[in-house]
Design a protein around this ligand. Sequence first.
Ligand code: ADP
Ligand code: MG
Length: 366
Amino acid sequence: PHRPARRPIQELPDELISQIAAGEVVERPASVVRELVDNALDAGARQITVRLQAGGIRLISVEDDGIGILREELPTALKRHATSKIASLNDLEAVDTMGFRGEALAAICSIAEVSVLTRTDEGASHGWLLDGRSGELQPTARSRGTTVEVRELFFATPARRKFLKSESTELAHCIEAVRRHALARPEVGFAIWHEGKLVAQWRAVAPDLAGGEYLLDALRRRLADVLGEEFIEQAVAVNWPADDVPGESALTGGQQRLRVWGFAGVPDAARSRPDWQFAYVNGRFVRDKVITHAARSAYEDVLHGHRQPVYALYVGIDPTRVDVNVHPTKIEVRFRDSREVHQAVRHAVESALAAPRSAQTLPTTT
Ligand code: ADP
Ligand code: MG
């Protein structure tokens, strides 16, 4: 029988460990865009600008107006397993930020040229530019916020680079990644530039308003902006439980009570492909069988054949009742009680579809 040659067991060098880890997080330029926009949102940004070249392969730059990074912490931000978002197992069990694994920046650094330009408003009179490769720090002018630049993605891992599709396909994936964020965060403005041209822009919706009507109303406007007026004209508002409207904190999951809100298309708006099915848990875009199945079953009696309902549904749940640490890209989650979530989603959508349309016009806040 075949007997493999004995080879020594060795610990891998740090850089290779990061490159292996990067393979899990960064599949293509859009993965980098998603991670950087996550970081901008966690930093409290109200305006996020994404600039791309060659579909993101040559350049991805994400600029935000968030809280920035302190000079003395800047080199740490690029290290593996370094994060400001959790500090203990307790925190891990109640994650209320998009990030928490502390590996995105380190992973990206191991497969691309990265620089970070950032400024806080805590006593800083200028910003700092960190070159990821050399570790060199330089004082530089900028207003509060952070810009992360990622150049020559996969230059160090040509095998990965070969798997990339055409620039236009990669660009489309990058735009889709930003669009998913935009659908969840109407209070944040987004702009995407490619090769110096503005390719998409979604303006922040009434950032000064607060309260429950605001959230559904703001979502309505953002959905119309991103998916088109026809989506919203053919959709009904979902709000469960009905006795209570979600506040702005619901956007990021700062709430304890299970809630479902959003917009669900009328049966006539169904499409042949499930490409307009957006599901979020505590502000995070997810692909989740429980939610998909529950939504589908709400259409059971009104939608026949293989037609796919359209919806943008948002689940708010106590963060201790959902595990987001299932997959490195965090696109999958695990609910502690998936039956409870299934029933809530099904109920929410069913009752929205059953209500007379006149009752579905929400008060507008102007
Ligand atoms: P994670 O997001 O999981 O914490 P990252 O590697 O994405 O890990 O980022 C590491 C740390 O760098 C973050 O915890 C945060 O403190 C800081 N950071 C990254 N991007 C930004 C940003 N745009 N604004 C402010 N801080 C940031
Ligand atoms: Mg992150």
